[in-house]
Design a protein around this ligand. Structure first.
Ligand SMILES: [Zn+2]
Length: 115
């Protein structure tokens, strides 16, 4: 397990995750496509919000199961609660300090085809 600290752009939202990074995901659903995120899936027990709870804005659409969070100061998407596995977070790896996606398998999720 590797531990990373993550943050939004303004630094108001800070969080910590632990993962072995078995794979990274890109998704072609309507929201992921627009935010162009590269994500890692992390169980909620390996996710800790360090600061910025008051800065997070939640956005929901379609089935209203997934919970997409944004920093209301800088607009960055740091993580979301997943739809199919709501006890997991999808984390934007570009928000992680010192993280390199080099060498990690990339999976393209077919979110657009989900009912
Ligand atoms: Zn921010």
């Amino acid at each position: 397990m590797r531990k990373y600290l993550g943050s939004c752009h303004c630094g108001g939202v800070r969080f910590e995750i632990e993962s072995d990074f078995p794979e990274l995901t890109m998704c072609d659903c309507s929201i992921c496509k627009r935010r162009n995120a590269l994500m890692v899936k992390v169980h909620e027990s390996r996710f800790r919000l360090v600061s910025g709870e008051d800065l997070l804005t939640e956005y929901q659409f379609h089935s209203k199961t997934a919970r997409h969070y944004f920093c209301k100061v800088c607009g960055i998407y740091p993580f979301h609660r997943k739809r199919v596995t709501p006890d997991h977070f999808g984390v934007n790896v570009h928000c992680l300090d010192g993280f390199s996606p080099e060498g990690i398998p990339l999976r393209r999720a077919d979110g657009a085809a989900m009912p």
